[in-house]
Write a protein that binds this ligand. Sequence first.
Ligand code: UFG
Length: 345
Amino acid sequence: MSKIVLTGGCGFIGSHTCVQLQNAGYDVIVIDNLSNSSADVIDNIAKITGKRPAFYNIDCCDLAALKEVFAKESDIVGVVHFAASKAVGESVLKPMLYYRNNITSLLNMLDMAEQYSLKGFVFSSSCTVYGEPDEGNNPVRETSPIKPATSPYGNTKQIAEEIITDLMKAGAKFKSILLRYFNPIGAHPTAFIGELPNGVPQNLLPYVCQTAMGIRKELSVFGDDYETPDGTCIRDYIDVNDLAKAHVRAIDRLVKGEQSENIDVFNLGTGRGVSVLELVNTFMEATGVKVPYKIAPRRGGDIEKIWGNVDKANTVLGWKAEVPLKETLANAWRWQLALREKGVM
Ligand code: UFG
């Protein structure tokens, strides 16, 4: 049985990817230091798939610990590397933490992939590398210009892409895929796994869910004077289950030797731009629950509008976003209700 190492497998996107990899028949080895997640996630993954992934509570910055895992487990064919710090605001305050954590863990995982002659390495990147697209450049393509990063977090994604690209150019033993996500949202339809933000949510949908639940008084819509149809910012919100399935396609492609290039890059989104107000209104329609909101000043550093051209993922990976937005939002709400039931929040 082919084994895949999934770093950050207890996190939001990681846990959903673990489910899809298991459903596709892979044996998954989760490596996670639980810095922004909990080991219960492994139990909940097992409830969904009927199979417990192997789990190591290890920091990917700890090379000696990683070496032990790779020495112990045999038949590892690929890595999907999610493990990273991801809060934009925190990265501005603690840049060293972000550079040390995100870059060291990447270097260590690449070392392991090289040393064990794996077939493939899939890296979790972000549309943040495109910055604010120039007028007329939406939807952004993989070939769209890369803009200087506006936060240390964003910079770690750019640097990571460059490191992997350089290594591939130098002729590594394995091949690689960079996946640039747009805005991942939602939860598994069973409501056994979902997003668990730390403290006050910074991202839109978790804030919407907590407001609908009464945990937050009202949502602040940051700015309604942008150059968009309703004045609020536009993003490409991608269902986390759809996103997870793209990782299976990516790792399959590498493991089965379908990719001739040493490295390739794919946008993962729906190809459709949705405004903040559209998202809030669709949430209310999907759930029947009211979300009190007010228009607040713009949030510093926000991009006005960005959505992805996903033709390449559609044609080359054979992957397409399928879950309708309403269903994604209903799943996120069901997850929020499950958290209340469990007394988490
Ligand atoms: N928003 C609000 N109110 C809130 C939270 C967000 O109006 O309480 C708005 C934002 O202003 C923005 C939109 O909702 O217009 C989406 O904001 P998110 O914070 O959910 O997502 P971002 O697009 O700002 O950021 C996300 C990830 C980053 C990643 C970036 C890439 O969180 O990690 O996409 O562009 F870098």
